[in-house]
Design a protein around this ligand. Structure first.
Ligand code: V47
Length: 366
C-alpha cells in the first residue's frame, strides 16, 4: 500500500481523505477517478468502503426471474429481447404458466421472484393484479419484485390512472418492490438516440420517488458502454444519489454493461473487464448512500461477477433458475443462467468472501 500512496497526486489524496471522513465525493472527483486514476487506486478506495459496510460478506439471493412476454411496443435500439406479436420467437405467458413454473421450483425455497416484460398491449395492470393475487395465495413467502418504472408509467397511462394510483393498485395486490431497469442513462439527449420512445429521465426518477413515498423500495441501474461518455455515467449516478438523499428508497445499484448481439445499436465492441471493474469501484465510491452494489452475473458472467466482489460490489443477485433471456438474447456467455445456492457459496468463498443469503430487502436469511 505504501507504494500506492507514494504515487497519488493532490486530487487523489483529497478524495482519499473524503472517503476516510465518510464524505460524499463530488461529481468532479468521480470524473477524475474515472478518467485519470488507476484501477488499483479505485479498487482500494471502493474496498475500504465495502469492508466498512459489510466486512467480508458477499450477498446472494435464492430467486427466479420471470419474463412474462417479450412483446413490446417500444423498439429500444440496444434491446435484443423485444418481438412483435406473431414473431416465431415471441412468447406470452399466462397466469397458469407462471404458477406451474413456480410450483416446479418449490424445492429451491425461493424467496424472490423478479418479474418483468415488455410494454404489452393486452396485458394491463389488472392481469398483473390477478397474477400477484394467485402468487401470494400459493407462495406467500415469495417477495414479488416487479416492473421497471417504464412499465409502471405504461400501466398508468393505459389504465387512465395516476402513477400513485397505478403503484398503489399493484401494491395492494402483492407487489413488494420495483426492479431497477429502464434507467439506461438518465440524459434525454442520449435517450432520444438509444431509446426514443422510452419514458424520459424525469419520469423514470418520478416513478421511483413515488414508489419510495408509497413505501415500496426499488433498485436502480445504469446501462453503460454504448454511446455515453464517462462524464455521462457520473452525472447519471449523481441523479440517483440525489434522489436517494431525498427518499432513501433504493436498495442497490446495478451496472449493466451493453451487450452487442442481436440489436440495432450498431456498436460492435463491449467495454473490457478492467473498465467494468473500475466502474464497480467508482459506483461504490460515488454512491455512498446506496447500500448495495450488485454484480449481475447473467449479464457479465458468473466469474466476472465474483471478481467484482473485490472491486466494491457486495451482492451477486441470485440463483436465477435459467429463466431470464434478456442477456442470453443479447449475447451473454451465460446462455442458461442457473446456479445452485451451494455453487454460488463455493465461488464466493473461493474469492475470499463469506457468502450470506439475503432476502429482497437485504435481511439475512438463516
Ligand atoms: O432496462 C437491455 C438492460 C435492463 C441490453 O432490479 C441491456 O435487481 C445490456 O434492469 N445490453 C433490464 N443491457 C434488466 C434489469 C435488471 C436486471 C437484473 C436485476 C435487476 C434488479 C434489474 O437490461 C434494461 C436495460 O437497461 N438491457 N438490453 C443489452 N443489449
Amino acid at each position: 500500500m505504501n507504494n500506492l500512496f507514494s504515487q497519488l497526486n493532490k486530487t487523489e489524496l483529497q478524495i482519499y481523505d473524503k472517503i476516510q471522513a465518510k464524505q460524499a465525493i463530488s461529481i468532479d472527483d468521480g470524473i477524475y477517478l474515472a478518467k485519470n486514476s488507476s484501477l488499483a487506486f479505485c479498487a482500494f478506495l471502493a474496498n475500504s468502503i465495502r469492508e466498512r459496510l459489510y466486512a467480508k460478506k458477499a450477498f446472494l439471493n435464492v430467486n427466479t426471474h420471470i419474463e412474462i412476454s417479450n412483446r413490446c411496443v417500444n423498439k429500444c435500439k440496444f434491446c435484443s429481447f423485444y418481438r412483435k406479436k406473431g414473431d416465431p420467437d415471441c412468447w406470452d405467458l399466462e397466469i397458469d404458466d407462471v404458477l406451474r413454473f413456480l410450483e416446479s421450483k418449490s424445492e429451491e425455497n425461493l424467496t424472490e421472484v423478479h418479474l418483468t416484460g415488455g410494454l404489452h398491449t393486452e396485458k394491463t395492470s389488472q392481469f398483473y393484479c390477478d397474477l400477484f393475487t394467485e402468487i401470494k395465495k400459493q407462495f406467500p413467502q415469495i417477495h414479488i419484485k416487479a416492473f421497471t418504472a417504464v412499465e409502471i408509467e405504461y400501466f398508468a397511462k393505459s389504465d387512465g390512472l395516476t402513477t400513485e394510483e397505478a403503484i398503489s393498485k399493484l401494491k395492494t395486490h402483492g407487489l413488494n418492490s420495483l426492479a431497477g431497469g429502464g434507467a439506461e442513462i438518465l440524459d434525454d439527449k442520449i435517450r432520444r438516440k438509444i431509446c426514443p420512445e422510452k419514458t424520459n429521465s424525469e419520469t423514470w426518477l418520478k416513478v421511483h420517488k413515488i414508489a419510495h413515498q408509497t413505501g415500496l423500495s426499488s433498485n436502480c441501474t445504469m446501462l453503460y458502454g454504448h454511446i455515453e461518455s464517462v462524464e455521462d455515467r457520473i452525472y447519471h449516478m449523481a441523479k440517483l444519489r440525489e434522489l436517494q438523499e431525498e427518499t432513501n428508497g433504493f436498495n442497490c445499484f446495478i451496472q449493466l454493461k451493453y451487450k452487442t448481439y442481436g440489436n440495432r445499436l450498431n456498436i460492435h465492441t463491449e467495454i473490457n473487464l478492467p473498465e467494468e471493474l473500475k466502474t464497480y469501484a467508482i459506483a461504490r465510491i460515488f454512491l455512498h448512500n446506496i447500500p448495495h452494489i450488485k454484480a449481475y452475473w447473467p449479464m457479465t458472467g458468473i466469474e466476472n461477477a465474483a471478481l467484482a466482489m473485490s472491486y466494491g460490489a457486495d451482492d451477486m443477485d441470485g440463483t436465477i433458475s435459467d429463466s431470464t433471456k434478456i442477456y442470453s438474447m443479447a449475447g451473454s456467455i451465460e446462455q442458461k443462467p442457473q446456479i445452485s445456492k451451494a455453487e454460488m457459496e463455493e465461488l464466493i468463498s473461493l474469492h475470499g468472501f463469506v457468502p450470506v443469503e439475503r432476502d429482497s430487502l437485504y435481511y439475512e436469511v438463516h
